[in-house]
Ligand binder design. Sequence first.
Ligand code: AMP
Ligand code: MN
Ligand code: MN
Ligand code: MN
Length: 278
Amino acid sequence: MLNIDLHCHSDISDGLLSPAALAARAHANGVQVWALTDHDEVGGVAQARAAATALGMRHIAGVEISVTYANQTVHIVGLNIDENNQALQDGLAATRAGRERRARKIGEELAAVGIAGAYEGASQFAGNPDLVSRTHFARFLIQQGHCTDLQQVFTDYLVRGRPGWVPHQWARLDEAVGWIRGAGGVAVVAHPGRYKYEPLAFSALLDEFKAAGGTGIEVITGSHTPQQYEEYALVARRYGLLASRGADFHGPGESRIDLGSLPPLPENLSPVWHDWGL
Ligand code: AMP
Ligand code: MN
Ligand code: MN
Ligand code: MN
């Protein structure tokens, strides 16, 4: 069975490693088919492909798009895309466009509770000035001793009802799926176990996702517990969705699950890669 890992982040978005360093790590961990899926950005894909190819590892072009659906943020992974597709690139640029203003507001919100210089501090952690994310603020809050780890940051800060929370409108679900499909890719609901929808809203999300042309869902992800592997395997079968697997690795010392180290997909699922000729 092939070791396939289709979700991770480089320093082009909120990961710690360069695309080439991630490729080397994936390969060293035994990954045979690999996708880099930076948030709202395909700027690392060419480097990822070159590094993977040099190592004899199969590369799949990917992205993870931030979407707002029913007042929550949902992530949609696009796999096997043509990263040079113009409509996709325009859509991603539009999705990134509000990030700087949001980051400045996060800085103001943190200043209001006595944490100064957060925007500048977070920006220093960002490898891509176009992509300052909450992860970069989290690293700043840890560096400054306000929190001990990422888990604590995303409990005590930067989330709804806590200091540093700034609501934001990301892309629409149907738009994001459309950009991915238009670029020849397969759209996949990322880490479904992380969303806090009521059951009816969650099934509405999947219905609308499918109506827009979405066909996949992550079952084995670093965000899920083993119990959620079972739960979302059932969801994949019930909704007739293809299943995906990926660590969602962000960096050594930060991510619990390393590239290529998750269990394989359950046998009774149809994988997103079923028609990729692997
Ligand atoms: P943003 O797109 O700027 O809202 O940042 C979202 C990113 O924050 C996600 O992609 C994760 O990398 C990170 N994140 C969100 N919640 C958590 C959490 N509970 N633990 C660790 N990282 C998180
Ligand atoms: Mn992230
Ligand atoms: Mn995500
Ligand atoms: Mn991710």
